[in-house]
Unconditional design. Structure first.
Length: 465
């Protein structure tokens, strides 16, 4: 006999859940030592913790939160003469030779930063892992590093931000990860070389350099520095997830990526913890790491686990004074849609320079937490069904593909756990809910229940003609 369970909607955000009996096999991960070649790295298996977690928090926080204008790319744009950031900078801070990006560091104090409070908020939001940016394109490390004096432990806040978050996350039971955008620093500040600015001052070459062109092949010294910084993060903080931005796909970095991956995966074996590398585009061969799509998602189920990184803010990943934010229904329905296709959502916030998180982002995170408190059993630890869902609204697909057309109550998404099938309605039902996929004779239904409720759910089946 099969059993169906239905869901208990939250009054402010009602989304439908139904449950049906299915069986899912679990795949174990290999403990074989990895070599620095793709053949060996293809033996990698995504850890169960990642496939179960579904929801994590990304944090873009750095010196760029001081000007808080435009986006987290302010440090690049302020040196590009035709940009609005260039004009804004000159008008508000002076010329780039007298007040360059480095001058914002003393104003980056993080005086109200409380790592334990941040992690407590993320837990209330229902997140299972947290990934702060360890170093963004600007070249300022948010952690204690032996490889550069330009870091938050020695300048600005004079605190090991990544270290404090790592300790707090592990203490409160969240999986800890880091992101590195270091490789993009090769060219990120090159606008400052086109005119007289502090980027051309040899005294600051160790911060602004190399500032070369994107078309130039990276030097072995720079790629080796990237590898050393990446492995330093592994050794210092033991992150279980390591997220990379898109530019690591450069062919010249191929050997260094293989060395990094084999070292990291072997460390995971040593720690007896499953670890994850996130990559974009074709930076890693399929099956050697976990694919990530920026501000987008897949249109169908992917057999291998994957991830979306998206920001609550629409205009910037970091804090800006004029940012605007996604709605709570958008965030929840997007999470459900992604999970139904075997994906995770890594959702970004951008704190202020003083270390506080905006009210808008806080309330949205708490709203997600309230919804997941009731309905999380249909998200955490689930796997895809034979189809991801049904309904009239077309799903966005690809990178930088927001869900511009909102989902409706007729849009249904499926997830499974053991012998249970969850059917999730992506809108508030206005009438009796019809799920065409459950009219098939091959689907045997034992019972229907509402998640989080003992209320009996009336229902019947018939063939859909």
């Amino acid at each position: 006999m099969k059993k169906i369970i239905s869901f208990n909607p939250i009054k402010k955000l009602e989304f439908l859940f139904i449950i049906i009996s299915l069986t899912i096999s679990q795949l174990g991960s290999s403990q074989e030592r990895y070599q620095a070649n793709w053949e060996s790295l293809k033996k990698y298996s995504t850890p169960e913790w990642f496939k179960d977690a579904k929801f994590g928090i990304f944090i873009h926080w750095g010196v760029y939160s001081v000007p808080a204008w435009g986006s987290e790319w302010y440090p690049r744009q302020m040196y590009l003469k035709d940009s609005k950031e260039f004009k804004h900078h000159v008008e508000n801070f002076g010329s780039q030779d007298t007040f360059g990006y480095k001058n914002f560091i003393t104003r980056f104090k993080a005086e109200k930063f409380d790592a334990s409070a941040w992690i407590a908020l993320f837990k209330k939001a229902g997140a299972k892992y947290v990934v702060p940016v360890a170093e963004h394109h600007d070249g300022f490390a948010m952690y204690k590093t032996a490889l550069s004096k330009w870091n938050a432990a020695e300048m600005g806040p004079k605190r090991d931000i990544v270290g404090e978050l790592s300790e707090a996350a592990k203490k409160q039971g969240l999986i800890f990860g880091v992101s590195s955008h270091r490789i993009e620093h090769w060219w990120f500040m090159n606008g400052g070389r086109t005119f007289h600015s502090d980027v051309t001052d040899p005294a600051f070459a160790d911060f602004y350099g190399p500032a070369r062109e994107e078309s130039e092949t990276m030097s072995p010294e720079y790629m080796n520095d990237w590898l050393l910084r990446s492995t330093e993060l592994i050794n210092r903080y033991q992150p279980q997830l390591f997220w990379f931005d898109w530019w690591i796909e450069q062919p010249a970095l191929d050997a260094y990526k293989k060395s990094f991956a084999s070292y990291y995966y072997n460390k995971g074996i040593e720690w007896n913890k499953g670890v994850v590398i996130n990559y974009k585009h074709d930076a890693f061969p399929e099956g050697t790491a976990v694919l990530d799509l920026e501000r987008g998602k897949l249109g169908s189920i992917r057999e291998m686990a994957w991830q979306t990184d998206d920001a609550i803010g629409n205009n910037s990943w970091g804090y800006t004074t004029d940012n605007n934010f996604k709605s709570l229904p958008y965030l929840i329905t997007n999470l459900v849609d992604i999970v139904s296709k075997n994906g995770n959502l890594l959702l970004n916030i951008g704190p202020r320079a003083d270390g506080t998180i905006t009210d808008e982002e806080t309330q949205l995170l708490l709203g997600m937490g309230k919804w997941l408190d009731v309905n999380g059993e249909a998200i955490y630890g689930t796997r895809p069904w034979k189809i991801f869902g049904e309904g009239p609204t077309e799903s966005a697909s690809g990178s930088f593909a927001d869900q511009k057309k909102p989902f409706m109550d007729e849009d249904i998404r499926f997830t499974t756990k053991g012998d249970i099938l969850y059917a999730i309605g992506l809108g508030i039902p206005k009438k009796a809910t019809k799920i065409k996929s459950l009219s098939l004779d091959s689907v045997k239904i034992a019972s229907i229940e509402l998640v989080g409720s003992n209320e009996k759910i009336p229902g019947h089946r018939k063939r859909m003609g």
